[in-house]
Design a protein around this ligand. Structure first.
Ligand SMILES: Cc1cc2nc3c(=O)[nH]c(=O)nc-3n(C[C@H](O)[C@H](O)[C@H](O)COP(=O)(O)OP(=O)(O)OC[C@H]3O[C@@H](n4cnc5c(N)ncnc54)[C@H](O)[C@@H]3O)c2cc1C
Length: 386
């Protein structure tokens, strides 16, 4: 039996799994296994909603897999032996593979500043987001510091400010929030944050997180009752430890068809992969991750048929940013993610963003019912985005 093993059932692991399930219908010589620590699908795009106290739909992975023939293993991956082609999981079992799809994503990098691991909250998992929600619920007043002015920090600050008007929300950032957007969209973003009462302090470096606030590089201390850390991400050390070629951030370096350059029986997708395009190395987004996963699924099936996988090409479309439940800004982009001429704001942007955030699970269901949807998605070079 030919074994395909998929590690991680986030946005990209699920897309790869459903892409394979659709294309392998009727092939009883190929077996697919998906490994993930939780049975519940983590809607990472919405973890700021969880953190601010909102309840999300409970999407169960085994339910979606029903009828596909894919085996689901609820476990943590603890080791990878790339030469023996085995993966160790946390009950010390080993799983064999002929082809591996590595989709372990990324988490907030908490090792950059002392005190983050001990005192800051993260959005690394639904449980972590729920811990922050419980803490915020207990506060009747005080300050929440959101560290990091990237899209995750902006969305989190806005969501918390909207759901908890009794709290002061301060967004601390090295760069100006929205710096990747065009001038008009950025100005609109700042107006939206201002309306929600989010105080922005850009050009500051946090050097320490403490139980009662953060210390800045200028010696100032910003007192806070909660600190949320969103300044950047890191990937699992498993690939590097297994001897796969990785970049300086530990992401698996891929060839044009998304196979590891050192171990071609491993496909790497999503945040865990370093994928070169004409404009440089792609940065991790769901928007780009799902197309990588659908492409990998298609390539694995091509290889099973004795064909060569095709090269992956992707161009970014948008930077969609929610500002609470009633406002959003969508910056449309050039293929290299630099800002284009147009942006959308207000209620049309809210509807757009909501469609984007809901699209992955809808896409998985569609691919399950109509495998051609998965094929169309990747052939169009990632136009179906998140
Ligand atoms: C609040 C927030 C908002 C965002 N908004 C957007 C947005 O609007 N648009 C956009 O394009 N991107 C957005 N992103 C980024 C996007 O969520 C990621 O780029 C995307 O989730 C990457 O998908 P992935 O499948 O590579 O990783 P993930 O979705 O993180 O999935 C990784 C999976 O692997 C599992 N895993 C990890 N380690 C192990 C292990 N050792 N063993 C077994 N399983 C393991 C995890 O539990 C998880 O299920 C946002 C991120 C955050 C945090």
């Amino acid at each position: 039996m030919y074994e395909i093993l998929i590690l991680g059932a986030g946005y990209t692991g699920m897309a790869a799994t459903m892409g394979l399930a659709g294309r392998l219908k009727g092939r009883d010589d190929v077996h697919v296994t998906l490994v993930n620590p939780q049975t519940r699908f983590t809607e990472r795009l919405r973890l700021h909603q969880t953190a601010s106290g909102q309840t999300l739909t409970d999407f169960q992975i085994p339910q979606l897999l029903a009828g596909t023939g894919v085996d689901f293993v609820q476990s943590w991956v603890t080791g990878l032996d790339a030469d023996a082609r085995t993966v160790r999981i946390d009950d010390a079992t080993t799983l064999r593979y002929d082809t591996l799809i590595y989709a372990l994503g990324s988490v907030a990098d908490t090792a950059v500043v002392p005190g983050v691991d001990e005192f800051a909250y993260t959005l690394n998992s639904a449980q972590d987001a729920a811990l922050l929600a419980e803490h915020l619920d207990r506060l009747s007043d005080g300050t929440v510091v959101v560290a990091g002015g990237g899209l995750t920090g902006i969305e989190s600050a806005a969501e918390i400010a909207e759901q908890h008007p009794e709290l002061d929300v301060v967004l601390l950032s090295r760069q100006e929030p929205g710096s990747m957007m065009g001038d008009k969209a950025r100005a609109r973003l700042h107006a939206g944050l201002d309306r929600l009462g989010v105080a922005i302090r850009a050009g500051v470096d946090i050097v320490k997180v403490m139980f009662d606030g953060v210390a800045l590089d200028n010696g100032e201390v910003v007192a806070a009752q909660a600190v949320l850390w969103t300044t950047g991400v890191r990937v699992s050390p498993l690939a590097a430890a297994a001897g796969l070629q990785v970049d300086e951030r530990g992401r698996i370096v891929t060839d044009k068809s998304l196979r590891s350059v050192s171990h071609p029986d491993v496909y790497a997708v999503g945040d865990a992969a370093a994928i070169h395009q004409g404009y440089g190395v792609m940065h991790g987004t769901c928007q780009s991750g799902i197309p990588t996963a659908l492409h990998a699924a298609a390539s694995v099936v091509r290889e099973l048929k004795g064909k060569q996988p095709k090269a992956f090409r992707f161009g970014y479309v948008h930077q969609p940013v929610s500002l609470g439940r009633n406002d959003a800004v969508i910056q449309f982009t050039n293929a290299d993610d630099t800002p284009g001429r147009f942006y959308l704001a207000g209620r049309f942007a809210v509807a757009y963003k909501e469609t984007v955030s809901s699209s992955p699970w809808t896409t998985y269901r569609l691919i399950k019912a109509l495998p051609a949807v998965g094929a169309a998605t990747w052939r169009r070079g990632g136009r179906l985005t998140s």
